[in-house]
Design a protein around this ligand. Structure first.
Ligand code: SF4
Length: 324
């Protein structure tokens, strides 16, 4: 039997190149080797989301992107976290064995307190417990993570160990699958690509819109005129060329250093490469979007399959805890 993978992502709406290179392409690659459970974690989003008017649309757009990128609902379970309410019950039960001190020490909690001092809600401190419930409700053994997320997973493993010590072996300790999630910088060349910072390129843009966005990107700040030799190693456009124009990128770097190519031309090459690579994705997306019921059906079927596993686990947990 295939080992089970779990991964969750917040409903951020239309996905961008950073999401694709950093997560979605790995999600697609894992589908053949593992039984994958991919969850849109809408409850987690509520810890920092005060305006929820876009939530449903964001979920719909995100699933469209995931499906168009190659996530296959026949191979993987795709669902929305709140559609499987058992996760909230397990969250409460795990909360009874998780020391508060562990949660108050989590660096991301402290960062969130600084970021949103007007909204320091319980969800922020309970986040690692809910995250653990997300994983162990499905008895997932493998969690794909980037190196920066390892401490979160380690805390989940501690929560699992403590529960198993008190009530007997119930959950597998989830193992990290370190995946090469490249950190893709945004068009500003400074921060991670993000919708919030508006430095992103959405996968679903038209070729013209993609070119327009690429043209706004910051390049080598030392290259002020066309005849100035450039420094591709400090230029974010060059980094993106390495992903999307892999075979031409060496030549582009050389031409840049010798001032044989201008930044406008270089950006046009990049936009062309992005558009070529994303053409099949965009065609699939348009076809899926033409049948809006399809996304709803995929999520309903995913929640149904996820609930079958969730109910079994929750029953076992309650028996172990003496609740039934
Ligand atoms: Fe960057 Fe390309 Fe301009 Fe060189 S030519 S500085 S790699 S955008």
């Amino acid at each position: 039997m295939k080992r089970r993978v779990f991964s969750g992502a917040r409903p951020t709406g239309r996905q961008h190149l950073g999401n694709y290179l950093g997560a979605i392409q790995n999600y697609v690659a894992l589908q053949d080797e593992y039984q994958c459970i991919y969850c849109i974690v809408d409850i987690h989003a509520l810890t920092s989301l005060e305006d929820t008017s876009q939530l449903q649309e964001n979920i719909h757009e995100m699933v469209l992107d995931w499906l168009a990128a190659g996530l296959d609902p026949k191979k993987s379970i795709l669902f929305v976290q709140s559609h499987v309410p058992e996760v909230m019950e397990l969250h409460t039960l795990l909360g009874m064995t998780t020391p508060l001190g562990w949660l108050l020490r989590v660096p991301t909690f402290k960062e969130k307190v600084k970021l949103q001092p007007h909204n320091v809600n319980y969800g922020l401190v309970g986040y690692p417990v809910l995250m653990t419930a997300d994983i162990v409700l499905y008895k997932a053994e493998v969690v794909p993570v980037g190196e920066d997320q390892l401490p979160h997973l380690e805390l989940a493993r501690e929560i699992v160990r403590r529960f198993n010590n008190i009530f007997g072996d119930t959950f597998p300790e989830p193992q990290a699958k370190l995946t090469p999630f490249p950190m893709v910088l945004g068009l500003d060349g400074k921060e991670k690509m993000s919708k919030q910072l508006d430095n992103h390129i959405e996968l679903a843009l038209s070729p013209e819109e993609t070119l327009e966005r690429v043209m706004t990107a910051v390049t080598d700040p030392a290259r002020r005129y066309r005849h100035d030799p450039g420094h591709p190693e400090v230029c974010n456009i060059y980094r993106l060329q390495q992903y999307f124009n892999e075979f031409k990128s060496g030549g582009i770097a050389e031409q840049c250093r010798r001032a044989q190519i201008g930044c406008v031309e270089c950006k046009e090459l990049l936009a062309d490469a992005i558009n070529t690579m994303l053409q099949p994705f965009r065609q699939r997306r348009a076809a899926i979007a033409a049948e809006p019921q399809y996304v709803t059906d995929v999520l309903a079927d995913g929640a149904r399959r996820a609930r079958l596993i969730a109910r079994r686990t929750l029953k076992e947990v309650k028996q172990r805890m003496g609740l039934i």
